[in-house]
Write a protein that binds this ligand. Structure first.
Ligand code: ATP
Length: 249
């Protein structure tokens, strides 16, 4: 399998007026690694995802994806280079069936394909089938997305990202709103995806049991800057992290 750096972020800054939502942030993600990103509300986590995935432009800094500079690329170009991301919100098409959701994701977002795709071919079909299989939604394929449970909706978002056959998957609060049992199931699915696909994964999550179960390494943001980077065990012992969460810094 390929070895190296999946994502490299250098001195990335996003200012809104006088406030820096992301402030001179540098870090990298190794291929096949799962990096967990945490931090208090407003720390800049979603803004960081928006910058990397091309939804918003940085004020300063650089982003490199699998060796390719992508700073200021458009989001669909970045997607076609192999990055898929999910959103905090329930971003599924309610009026479509489960499989129509996946076909749409594959059609618009497939890696190595320019938009619009020429056709939805047998490879696309296979990619969608495999994505359904891998998250355990194959038996629900004909159901309208509106009728899915909360957990199934989360799995559908995950499957839609997988259907684009990414090399780097960025998940924004993938288990937000789920109960303990569902969180555990979701963690199992993501572990399975990583093993099957050899993917690199970056995930934002507040639920520490989930991060602990999955991440190889964690980064904690505070006021747009890196407060901590390292092992999960080390994070719990970091005085900086503890005081950020207690709101005293
Ligand atoms: P949460 O955990 O609540 O989702 P977060 O860590 O994802 O928070 P961001 O949503 O990235 O934080 O927000 C970082 C800061 O930037 C916040 O203070 C937010 O109000 C501000 N911000 C984000 N987007 C904009 C915008 N478009 N215009 C002005 N300020 C913004």
């Amino acid at each position: 399998a390929e070895r190296g750096i999946a994502l490299e972020v250098s001195n990335l800054t996003k200012r809104y007026g006088a406030m820096a939502a992301v402030d001179d942030l540098s870090f990298h993600v190794d291929t096949h690694e799962i990096l967990g990103i945490s931090g208090p509300n407003g720390a800049g986590k979603t803004t960081l995802f928006d910058l990397v995935s091309g939804l918003t432009r940085p004020s300063e800094g650089k982003v490199v994806l699998f060796g390719e500079p992508i700073t200021n690329h458009r989001s669909e170009q970045i997607c076609h280079l192999g990055l898929a991301r999910t959103f905090q919100l329930n971003a599924v098409f309610d009026s479509m069936t489960v499989e129509e959701n996946l076909m749409t994701a594959n059609y618009f977002g497939h890696r190595n394909r320019s938009f619009p795709a020429l056709r939805f071919d047998s490879h696309s079909r296979e990619a969608c089938d495999e994505a359904l299989e891998i998250v355990g939604l194959a038996s629900e394929r004909k159901r309208p997305a509106a009728t899915l449970t909360g957990l199934q909706r989360k799995l559908l978002m995950l499957a839609s990202a997988i259907a684009t056959e990414p090399r780097l998957l960025m998940l924004d609060e993938p288990v937000g709103g789920l109960n303990k049992d569902e969180i555990h199931q979701c963690a199992e699915v993501i572990r399975h995806i990583r093993a099957e696909r050899n993917l690199t994964i970056v995930l934002i999550e507040h639920v520490m049991s989930f991060v602990t179960a999955l991440a190889d390494r964690v980064m904690v943001l505070h006021h747009g800057a890196k407060l901590y980077e390292g092992s999960i065990a080390g994070m719990a012992e970091s005085a900086d992290v503890v005081s950020a969460y207690l709101g005293s810094s």
